[in-house]
Design a protein around this ligand. Structure first.
Ligand SMILES: [Fe+2]
Ligand SMILES: [Fe+2]
Length: 469
């Protein structure tokens, strides 16, 4: 199904055939644009940015590149092509045909899950709105803006489902998605991590590596949903999400590469000397990683959850890559999960959050292996590691329990004493902020990270990815 760009709202859902829905979304559209101009990337609206726009939903032909002023970006509604005769892949209704409408008895749960996913999308744009002012290069600025417009589109994706399938409640929820704001004391975003400001680019790369990867796993589990429009929406979103993780992965690699260069040039592994050269010492890198990884782990929810069991049983949300599991019903098995009172037996359905978190952790580890190879090649004695999933948790079995990064419990005062060894301190934040100087000369890159290996869309590194106005 090709995308119709001649309509006010580009779409491949034949929007013009449903006048009421089209009108409702056209009513929401100017509110979205107001939100973008108030809460979107600061000072960016007049600049031409070399952006990718979806022109089809197939992997082969879905992207076209060109200069766009961001407020003119063609946000729209794109669903992956339907899979013929698709059946429900898990839970109590395993093997039944998928649903094109939300079953009445599951309305509340579906709405909640769509709203929660939808809320993270504009939240991240809000968290990142000042980053453009300290971009390390035009290449990076363009990537930030690409991520931002796509998160805006992900909001559209969820708002479409709310409008198309949840009537008046859905329309109200769609309004509220523009009213809550990241970090707002009175009306914050739903999930904690999305209320933390992202004020430096090291945090941005950590966020796109770790927190967008949580997004990937949430989308993968929703792509399994029995509610087919949700599944198709999420399948298309995953293609966009992949770029966000690429930005995080390559961004963090470049930080490490630069650090290793400085260490070699100076013949030192002393953090203060590395910092004096304007690079990020590996210890600080590790503390930022500890923070973003642990806060992303919380996004999966509690290890034992009756909510998760309900979602699985009722076809709302499956496991990422459900097809790779042997037992899709999972009604009479258990999982042993480490708790404070030792291994706890949890019914598999109630342990779905933990199942997802475990695959997420394995996916996170892939980048670390690559980074550690870079470090080992330079014969530097340091290994970047993921902290234990017990470390710095706010919810679940380990919520509020103080452990060291390897997961050994420590007394609160010991934790407080060592906190600045394990998590970013005020002075770390200050140092990282001091590196955030804006570089916008084509081809130039800030000194705290290495240049990327290649440009975007086969363009060179000196390409003017953003024409600033
Ligand atoms: Fe997203
Ligand atoms: Fe994302």
């Amino acid at each position: 199904m090709s995308i119709n760009y001649s309509e006010r709202i580009p779409n491949n859902v034949n929007l013009s055939s449903d006048r009421a829905l089209q009108r409702a979304l056209e009513h929401w559209q100017p509110r979205f644009l107001d939100w973008w101009s108030d809460m979107g990337p600061d000072g960016s609206s007049a600049s031409d940015t070399y952006l990718r726009t979806a022109v089809g939903v197939n992997a082969r032909d879905w992207a076209s590149y060109g200069y766009v002023k961001m407020p003119d970006y063609r946000w729209g509604i794109f669903l992956a092509d339907p899979i013929e005769n698709r059946t429900i892949g898990f839970g109590d209704n395993y093997g039944d045909p998928v649903w094109q409408k939300v079953p009445g008895e599951l309305r509340t749960q579906f709405r909640r899950i769509i709203v929660t996913q939808g809320d993270t999308e504009p939240a991240s744009v809000e968290q990142q709105r000042l980053l453009g002012l300290t971009c390390p290069s035009l290449y990076d600025l363009r990537n930030l803006f690409q991520v931002n417009v796509e998160e805006g589109r992900h909001l559209w994706a969820m708002v479409y489902l709310l409008h198309a399938h949840f009537g008046r409640d859905g329309r109200e929820e769609a309004e509220e998605l523009l009213e809550r704001h990241s970090g707002d004391l009175d009306n914050p975003r739903i999930l904690g991590t999305f209320n933390q400001p992202i004020s430096d680019w090291l945090s941005f790369f950590m966020f796109t590596y770790f927190t967008d990867r949580d997004g990937k796993f949430q989308l993968k589990s929703l792509a399994e949903s029995a509610f087919d429009p949700l599944s198709r929406t999420c399948r298309f979103m995953l293609t966009e999400e992949a770029h966000h993780m690429f930005v995080g992965d390559t961004g963090l690699s470049r930080v490490i590469k630069r650090t290793l260069q400085v260490m070699k040039q100076m013949g030192t592994d002393d953090p203060a000397s590395i910092r004096a050269q304007g690079a990020v010492d590996l210890q600080t890198f590790q503390r930022y990683l500890n923070f973003w990884y642990s806060s992303s782990l919380d996004l999966f929810g509690a290890e034992e959850s009756s909510n998760a069991a309900f979602s699985f049983a009722n076809g709302i949300k499956g496991r990422p890559d459900e097809a790779t599991y042997g037992d899709h019903v999972a009604s009479d098995s258990i999982l042993k999960i480490d708790s404070q009172d030792g291994l706890k037996e949890v019914a598999t359905r109630n342990a779905m959050n933990e199942v997802m978190r475990t695959s997420y952790t394995q996916d996170c580890a892939i980048g670390l292996k690559r980074w550690n190879r870079l470090i080992a090649r330079e014969k530097v004695d340091f290994e970047i590691s993921l902290p234990s999933s017990k470390f710095n948790r706010n919810i679940g079995f380990w919520g509020g329990i103080t452990t060291d990064p390897t997961g050994n419990e420590v007394a609160i005062n010991e934790f407080d004493k060592r906190r600045s060894d394990w998590l970013p301190s005020e002075s770390d934040n200050k140092f990282i902020s001091s590196l955030m100087q804006r570089v916008v000369t084509p081809g130039k890159i800030a000194a705290w990270l290495a240049p990327p290996e290649r440009g975007i869309d086969n363009k060179g590194l000196d390409y003017e990815y953003v024409r600033l106005r």
